[in-house]
Design a protein around this ligand. Structure first.
Ligand code: DAT
Ligand code: MG
Length: 147
């Protein structure tokens, strides 16, 4: 079991797709270990998008990412990084297949509904960036649930 970091971006929140996107992850078998809504600070975004700071689109990305609060999720499952990236589809929503999150709900390369970690190494870094240790849960699942 691995854990990956997902961010539901402002177009997801403003477009009221949070439930639909979380539903897809849960139906794929992922367990939520952490969830929180917050306003992304400029400092946080500079860390999260450090590899993009010099790109011409970075100022616009920063404005977009601060246009509503965002929702961070820590999702656990087998091969979580790769499987979550498959569920969301490629970065450019216009190139994403129907049936993927970005293909169904994204607009373009920036307005693309969701972020997900791209490696286990980055997942560990990003989980630390968005969740304090006490905000990530490991819990038993022994209680009966409806199948
Ligand atoms: P991904 O989110 O699929 O991991 P990435 O790490 O290459 O993609 O880029 C991070 C985010 O930066 C992406 O979700 C949206 C934004 N972005 C990337 N390329 C862009 C571009 N050409 N124009 C505008 N925003 C872009
Ligand atoms: Mg990325």
């Amino acid at each position: 079991m691995d854990t990956t970091l997902v961010l539901l971006k402002p177009d997801c929140v403003a477009g009221r797709k949070v439930g639909e996107v979380v539903k897809r992850f849960e139906e794929a078998g992922f367990q939520i270990r952490g969830a929180k809504m917050f306003a992304a600070s400029a400092e946080l975004l500079k860390g999260h998008y450090a590899h993009l700071i010099d790109k011409p689109f970075f100022p616009e990305l920063e404005v977009f990412m601060q246009s509503t609060p965002v929702v961070a999720l820590a999702l656990a499952g087998d091969n979580a990084v790769e499987r979550v990236r498959t569920i969301i589809g490629p970065t450019d929503s216009k190139k994403a297949d129907k049936g993927t999150v970005r293909g169904d709900f994204g607009v373009d390369v920036m307005v693309n509904i969701v972020h997900a970690s791209d490696s286990n190494e980055n997942a560990a870094i990003e989980l630390k960036r968005f969740f304090a240790p006490g905000e990530l849960f490991d819990y038993a699942m022994g209680y009966r649930t409806k199948p």
